[in-house]
Write a protein that binds this ligand. Structure first.
Ligand code: NAD
Length: 295
């Protein structure tokens, strides 16, 4: 069934996701602060809007994909935002990675207006968004999840309802913890192997086939081999996510000792000017620690 969807936030992730919804036969109206991003959706057969109000006015479903908590609050709760303009009964799906607390707050504010919400953050990066193979972890009511499932299936291949409002964000925080620690330790192995004079490409081939293999190794090995750090997923965003997981874990009494160290290393990468690089650039931090010149 073709749905009428408003898509707000057409960045690295949102743009290919909106395009995939169009490819699946849905009607998509896009809005972003950047007009060039809106034009990309129009070029793919969608509609463009000049404001959130215009985008959501007759939408059955609103999807938001913006950087962080303040953007989600501004877009959904703020003046001229989604809740002021969407029709009652609509389903608002926030796919940004934010704190579980903000998702719950947005859900409550929406419910007061008769609007339903899901938190549905994703994993899989830009490539996952382009190829429609994202993992999507969804918090909210089961009936709303069932309604949204065909849309999620147009965006990803692993789509799981993990619990009530906010639960999707909790699982995403765990995802970001695992990914950051994996990248950091892969970067440490790379510097170790290079310093030892081993052929790095050959080493990563064999490591990838054993227990040390991982999606992180498969997806990030070329960035590390070529020192190409165009994002992808920006260190600035991972810094935000390490803050979310640290905070959320503290709230439930879970200790994350290795995560805490890696959160500091992500912060250090940012402090050294690497915030706009892909998170595989954690390698540069390991190089600095090992006394190498980093351009
Ligand atoms: P991005 O910065 O490329 O895109 C965000 C977009 O939101 C921008 O185009 C920006 O103009 C737009 N925006 C911000 N405020 C807005 C507003 N008030 N109204 C309309 N548009 C607004 O970020 P991204 O990489 O696409 O990430 C989006 C979210 O997805 C983040 O929460 C991120 O943590 C998460 N995420 C990203 C990746 C990745 O690999 N890039 C992977 C998984 C999850």
């Amino acid at each position: 069934m073709s749905r009428k969807i408003a898509f707000v936030g057409l960045g690295i992730m949102g743009r290919p996701m909106a395009v995939n919804l169009l490819k699946a036969g849905h009607r998509v109206t896009g809005f972003d602060l950047s007009p060039a991003s809106v034009e990309a959706v129009v070029a793919a057969g969608g509609q463009g809007a000049g404001s959130i109000a215009e985008a959501v006015a007759d939408a059955e479903v609103v999807i938001t994909m913006v950087p962080a908590d303040p953007h989600v609050e501004a877009v959904i709760l703020g003046e001229g935002g989604v809740l002021e303009n969407v029709r009652p009964g609509a389903l608002v799906i926030d796919m940004s990675s934010i704190t579980p607390q903000t998702s719950i707050k947005v859900g409550r504010a929406a419910a007061e207006k008769g609007v339903r919400t899901l938190d549905a953050p994703v994993s899989g990066g830009e490539a996952g968004a382009v190829e429609a193979v994202l993992s999507i972890m969804v918090g909210g009511e089961a009936a709303d999840f069932a309604e949204a499932k065909p849309l999620f299936d147009a965006l990803g291949t692993t789509v799981v309802h993990v619990g009530p409002s906010g639960a999707g964000q909790t699982v995403k925080a765990a995802n970001q913890l695992i990914v950051a620690v994996n990248i950091q330790v892969l970067a440490e192995a790379v510097v170790f192997l290079e310093n030892a004079g081993v052929d790095l490409s050959a080493a990563l081939d064999v490591l990838g086939g054993g227990l040390a293999g991982s999606t992180v190794l498969n997806r990030k090995r070329e960035n590390m081999l070529k020192r190409e750090f165009a994002p992808g997923f920006r260190i600035d965003l991972h810094h935000k996510d390490m803050g979310i997981v640290t905070d959320a874990a503290r709230a439930v009494g879970a200790a994350l000792p290795v995560g805490a160290v890696v959160a500091q290393l992500v912060a250090s990468a940012r402090a050294n000017g690497d915030g706009s690089l892909d998170h595989s650039a954690l390698l540069r931090g390991v190089e600095r620690l090992s006394g190498r010149e980093v351009a």
